[in-house]
Design a protein around this ligand. Structure first.
Ligand SMILES: Nc1ncnc2c1ncn2[C@@H]1O[C@H](COP(=O)(O)OP(=O)(O)OP(=O)(O)O)[C@@H](O)[C@H]1O
Length: 460
């Protein structure tokens, strides 16, 4: 991949046509109403001075309003070797050092026409996207104070829109950037790390086979969830065995998070059943939750507790013995490289640190089944590698892991079996090798694209 030598420009023009026509219509309606108001002012305001002032005020209001409405049309971003410059409208200009960007993922989030630009304080996210197409979510290494229209926003994520996401991702070249930033080569860093921290030293590549008669740890039987007339998950049947790592793949909106929420008891199914470690999620909620560790796609933390306090609080909630829990917390913080930040408030953690703390919380009671919604999302390559090794170690020790992911390479690397969900239906299931044979494809990405494309043709 060639590195950038100067600034590359990326714009977003795809939606400008429809956007302009809507606002053009709006402009003409406002103009006719404005002329009526001008006539009323000239007719009823007594002096010429007052008339001029009122007209000036009205003119300024209209100009500023149309300026704001049309600002998405001036969207262009520049990527240089050192920073990403985001230009949005005439007055928003944000610079982000490239070294802070740890991940960039294509996403498709719902947008309202009047909701741009936005800052979500709870998610520490700036949204500069104004359409659902072409979105990229940038995750930063830690929260950064960025100025948006004069307001300082503590930012962990930035959502932008681009005409050509692939070109942008290629230019951003995250893997390359992070490798170059390391003081030592990755292999050397890993071996140093392995010497100093033996708890997660193995980088195991072979996945152990799961015996056909191993007990089923996670089961769905005709699991269905509907929202009004729309069925998000439709008669899903699956069984994951003890010690197995099962990858749950599917395009956006396929129903992965809905399924996971039904497994963890956050969402009640419309029909069918779900079991965790042999316990029906709704009939035996306590037993199933005791057997379960869950990491949601967004970290759910108490921002005013320190990392250590948060884990201690979870330990108390689960009724774990105090002394043992303190030791467990120390070793989990160590394992996940959070010891230095343990006394800091969770609210000040970066996106990746929050996810790691959530994972520590999910592991605290040594669950039989670990359910992870996009567990590596937003993690830097080193943390991601560490967690993948950890998952394989846990599975080798008998923990069952069910994870949803969009990262096909990771799925192929660590999952014994993979299920591909599309529009609420399980399209295919099997080991990566079986799926490759099924779709006559060379890698999981081709399998995924081929199966979901075939299904698209059938279901449309
Ligand atoms: N509360 C809700 N009301 C109505 N529809 C919903 C609701 N929650 C989810 N859906 C719909 O259910 C479908 C499945 O959503 P879900 O979040 O499970 O998808 P997903 O596979 O996790 O997607 P992604 O990969 O984008 O996270 C989507 O079409 C979504 O719009």
């Amino acid at each position: 991949m060639s590195r950038l030598t100067s600034t590359s420009a990326f714009s977003y023009a795809a939606q400008k046509g429809p956007y302009l026509s809507i606002w053009g219509a709006f402009f003409f309606v406002s103009l006719s109403e404005g002329m009526l108001v001008v006539l009323l002012i000239l007719r009823f305001v007594p002096t010429t001075l007052l008339q001029t002032l009122t007209l000036l005020l009205m003119g300024c209001f209209l100009i500023s309003m149309f300026g704001k409405l049309l600002c998405p049309l001036w969207t262009h971003h520049g990527l240089s070797t050192t920073e990403l410059e985001l230009h949005y409208g005439l007055d928003i200009h944000v610079k982000v050092p490239r070294s802070l960007i740890v991940s960039a993922q294509p996403v498709q989030e719902k947008m309202g026409p009047f909701s741009i630009p936005r800052y979500h304080a709870a998610r520490q996210r700036i949204s500069l996207a104004f359409a659902e197409r072409g979105q990229i979510l940038l995750c930063l290494k830690h929260p950064v104070a960025l100025r948006l229209r004069g307001r300082v926003c503590l930012t962990n994520q930035i959502l932008i829109s681009l005409d050509d996401r692939e070109a942008f991702l290629a230019a951003l070249d995250l893997a390359h950037t992070h490798q170059e930033e390391r003081a030592v080569p990755i292999e050397q860093a890993l071996s140093t790390y392995a010497r100093t921290e033996p708890s997660v030293q193995s980088v195991r590549r072979e996945l152990p086979l799961i015996a056909d008669d191993a007990p089923v740890a996670l089961r769905a039987e005709n699991l269905t969830r509907s929202y009004a007339s729309f069925t998000a998950v439709d008669s899903l049947n699956l069984a994951v065995r003890q010690g197995e790592i099962y990858g749950f793949l599917g395009p956006n909106g396929a129903g992965k998070s809905t399924t996971i929420k039904m497994f963890v008891g956050l969402l009640k199914q419309t029909a069918g059943s779900a079991w965790v470690a042999g316990h029906d999620v709704w009939r035996e909620p306590l037993q199933s939750k005791m057997a379960l560790g869950y990491v949601a796609d967004r970290a759910l933390l108490y921002n005013r507790l320190s990392g250590r306090e948060f884990l201690a609080f979870l330990g108390q909630l689960r009724g774990l013995p105090l002394k043992e829990t303190e030791q467990k917390i120390a070793s989990l913080l160590d394992l996940l490289e959070l010891t230095d930040a343990a006394e800091r408030l969770c609210g000040s953690y970066s996106f990746g640190m929050k996810r790691k703390l959530s994972l520590a919380g999910a592991l605290l009671h040594e669950p039989k089944v670990l359910i992870l919604d996009e567990p590596l999302n937003g993690l830097d390559p080193r943390s991601a590698r560490r967690l993948k090794d950890l998952f394989m170690e846990l599975a080798a020790g008998g923990t069952t892991i069910f994870l949803s992911t969009h990262d096909l390479t990771t799925a192929e690397e660590i999952c014994q079996r993979i299920g591909i969900l599309h529009r609420g239906h399980l399209l295919a299931e099997g080991s990566p090798a079986v799926l490759r044979d099924l779709a006559s494809a060379r890698d999981l990405e081709s399998v995924f694209l081929s199966l979901t494309a075939q299904s698209q043709e059938v279901l449309l």
